[in-house]
Ligand binder design. Structure first.
Ligand code: ADP
Ligand code: ASP
Ligand code: MG
Length: 441
């Protein structure tokens, strides 16, 4: 029999009815032995995720010594879930303990992790499966990175002993013995780690859409579903903002060659999207597989005659960023030009001016220019390298829509073309590229 690890996302577990549906899905296939759960997400668009309520209760407890007000909403959510499910589970007592623990703790990560913890306890009570706490099997090292050497054997040993289990996503234990979370949306990473640790045949990621779509459905109406996508394409798209799957969830499963299937909890009969290791991937004939993007970048453009002959110019530019612990996203370059694309949030509070001053002093450029409020849009697909004229089609489509391209970066993988445009043109740009490659015949 094959072995499947499934992960249910927050919207799939937002209330009692949805949790019951997820449990039925998990129990309907005996291969689905290990289930990773998120905290309850939004029930409707203005709703607040339990994880956000937990961060609020941490802030309240830090500022006011006690977290009664914010915790009251959390209490209400979980009590109504347990009531709807009609299970024999003393949620009141568990919530009391949790509230006290948050009030005692000095860690936002601990507070945030309790949504997954409580939901997994509830799911375990509902399904009759053992609850295995992520704090006992998932570990981080001193640098705060996932510690695979320590975690994988512990996960495998503990889960195989349980035979079938429910595991909370999003957190584990840090090197200091305290609870530590992944970044937001990190239950996807926990699911991938569990899948790799038990060497699953498949990692099923259950969410609220019927698969990975060729574009963000909140911007393009009814985008085409992607049936098959490679790990490489997925990595580009999820990194660039297609957040249906956390961008770091790919690594554990890619190393183990474990395919991922994205499935819709509300339409389990839909096939969803299968994500395959690049070597098992068979081209589907489309030039472009998908489009994704993110807003709020700053581009620092440097020009200097004979830059190409100045040994170490790029290194010096990057070491200025390194000194200030600033990540850069892209670095498109020409013979005498170099651009650094950086997330704007790193440059607030005078940091941009500090960098510019350092660059003027240490690099002596002929010209330096800053473009702010830039969005990046990536057009991704294995088919792009083989098709002459793809970039011409892309730039034509943008110019026909009156979109001014401020920067271009063609990845050396030939898998993607990234354009920088004004934030204000972001939605229009996605729609124009989608129209060009998916709607035009
Ligand atoms: P979960 O709660 O299951 O973890 P997320 O909210 O993290 O779900 O991810 C699912 C959402 O991702 C969808 O509801 C959709 O709005 C959004 N999304 C953004 N880009 C895409 C895309 N290319 N394909 C599918 N969904 C996308
Ligand atoms: N509950 C966490 C979050 O809201 C993790 C997750 O849902 O994957 O970010
Ligand atoms: Mg998610």
């Amino acid at each position: 029999m094959s072995l499947i690890v499934c992960k249910f996302g927050g919207t799939s577990l937002a209330d009692g009815n949805n949790i019951r549906r997820a449990a039925e899905i998990a129990l309907s296939d005996p291969s689905r032995k290990f289930v990773v759960v998120s905290a309850p997400g939004k029930r409707f668009s203005e709703d607040v995720k339990v994880t956000d309520l937990l961060y609020a209760s941490y802030t309240e407890s830090r500022d006011k010594k006690g977290c009664g007000e914010a915790f009251a909403r959390i209490r209400k959510r979980f009590c109504s879930i347990v009531e709807e499910l009609g299970i024999d589970f003393d949620i009141g007592a568990v919530l009391d303990e949790t509230q006290e623990a948050i009030a005692r703790s000095d860690s936002a990560d601990f507070a945030a992790s309790r949504g997954e913890y409580l939901n997994a306890r509830i799911m375990a009570a509902l399904t009759g499966r053992e609850f295995v706490d992520a704090k006992d099997i998932i570990f981080f090292d001193e640098r705060g990175m996932f510690d695979e050497k320590k975690s994988y054997p512990r996960i495998a040993e503990r889960l195989f002993a349980a035979k079938e289990a429910i595991v909370p996503g999003f957190y584990g234990t840090g090197a200091d013995g305290k609870i530590r979370t992944f970044s937001r949306g990190g239950s996807d990473i926990s699911g991938a780690i569990v899948a790799r640790a038990v060497n699953a045949d498949l990692y099923e990621n259950w969410t609220d859409v019927s698969g990975f779509l060729a574009c963000d459905p909140r911007i393009v109406q009814n985008p085409q579903k992607i049936e098959v996508i490679s790990f490489k394409e997925l990595r580009e798209l999820s990194y660039m903002g297609a957040n249906v799957l956390h961008a770091e969830a790919i690594f554990p499963v890619r190393k183990g060659d474990i395919p991922i299937r994205i499935k819709n909890t509300f339409r389990p009969e839909d096939a969803g999207t299968i994500i395959l290791p690049s070597k098992k991937y068979v081209p589907h004939g489309n030039i472009v597989t998908g489009i994704a993007g993110k807003k709020d970048f700053t581009v620092i453009y440097l020009e200097k005659s004979l830059m190409n002959t100045e040994v170490g110019f790029a290194r010096k530019a990057l070491s200025i960023l390194e000194r200030e612990s600033i990540n850069f996203e892209h670095m498109p370059s020409g013979i005498d030009t170099l651009s650094l694309v950086i997330e704007s949030r790193y440059l607030r509070g005078g940091m941009l001016d500090k960098l510019i001053d350092a660059m003027k002093a240490e690099l002596a450029p002929d010209y330096i220019r800053v473009l702010e409020d830039i969005a990046l849009v990536a057009t991704v697909g294995h088919g792009m390298a083989q098709n002459v004229g793809t970039s011409a089609r892309l730039f034509n489509a943008l110019s026909e829509s009156g979109i001014n391209v401020r920067m271009i970066d063609q990845g050396s993988s030939e898998l993607n073309i990234i354009v920088g445009i004004d934030n204000a043109d972001y939605e229009r740009c996605l729609r124009a590229v989608y129209h060009e490659f998916f709607e035009k015949q």
